[in-house]
Ligand binder design. Structure first.
Ligand code: GLP
Length: 244
């Protein structure tokens, strides 16, 4: 879907999420949301906060799983995805704290694998993700599934691509300060979501969007794996869609 601008697109995505939450509420069930960070979903979260504050949308029956976190990373650091999510969404809604899940960047390296297995298990035990929202990195990563990621990969510790670290360098005051690793849900984890929405805005994403949508399916560009799924939607603004 191509929208005239990211505002309209983001509002539509937020309303899709809100309708899943309400459907689940009506049945007395939990809505399980897969969430993303980065600049891309910020306006989606802004609209969800508005729906909560102005239209009484409740998040009491919502459980969330974030895609990824830098490793190592302290949760209270400015650049952590915990801080990002609190600032952009969680601090402003009525979601119970125990329903929020974000990969733990403070673990010892030998504890990461069992954490990742438990993360997968928690998602499955709740019946899987009802929806996963995604941005796309210029390497073609989804979450932090960098080139080389397997289509059936699970939640795991990964090494970040140089371009990804360069793109993050402004947040960290220099590439040398960007962590070299991250914990990310796998491509396989993302694929199990009942619905997947990848969003991209601006001309700087146009080339990678074209490759993701029209390119040969390859581990060189993990977002191309999305071509294999029948429940994926790309939500783009005109600039991000301009090379299609
Ligand atoms: C980071 C995140 C991704 C995100 C990507 C794009 O690498 N781990 O989940 O999609 O950045 O970021 P932005 O939305 O800021 O362009």
């Amino acid at each position: 879907k191509v929208y005239p601008n990211q505002n309209e697109a983001s509002v539509d995505v937020a309303h899709r999420i809100a309708s899943i939450i309400k459907e689940k509420q009506a049945k007395g069930e939990t809505a399980v949301l897969g969430l993303a960070t980065g600049a891309t979903p910020v306006k989606v979260y802004k609209e969800l906060v508005r729906l909560h504050q102005e239209e009484g949308l409740s998040f009491k029956n919502v459980t969330t799983f974030n895609l990824d976190e830098y490793y190592p990373m302290k949760p209270d650091a400015d650049q952590s995805y915990v801080t990002f999510m609190n600032k952009n969404l969680f601090d402003h809604i009525d979601i119970p704290k125990e329903n929020i899940h974000i990969p733990d960047g403070t673990l010892a390296e030998d504890a990461v694998q069992s954490f990742c297995e438990a993360y997968e298990q928690k998602i499955s035990s709740l019946g899987g993700l009802d929806i996963q929202i995604l941005g796309i990195g210029r390497t073609g990563h989804i979450g932090f599934n960098e080139p080389g990621s397997a289509p059936n990969s699970g939640t795991r510790l990964v090494i970040l691509d140089d371009l990804t670290r360069r793109d993050a360098s402004r947040d960290f005051g220099g590439k040398e300060n960007v962590p070299t690793k991250a914990i990310t849900m796998g491509v396989g984890t993302i694929f199990k979501a009942k619905e997947i929405i990848l969003m991209a805005w601006n001309e700087k994403k146009a080339e990678i969007v074209k490759k993701a949508v029209e390119g040969e399916i390859s581990s060189d560009i993990p977002a191309t794996y999305l071509q294999l799924s029948d429940h994926v939607e790309f939500v783009l603004d005109q600039d991000a869609a301009s090379h299609l």
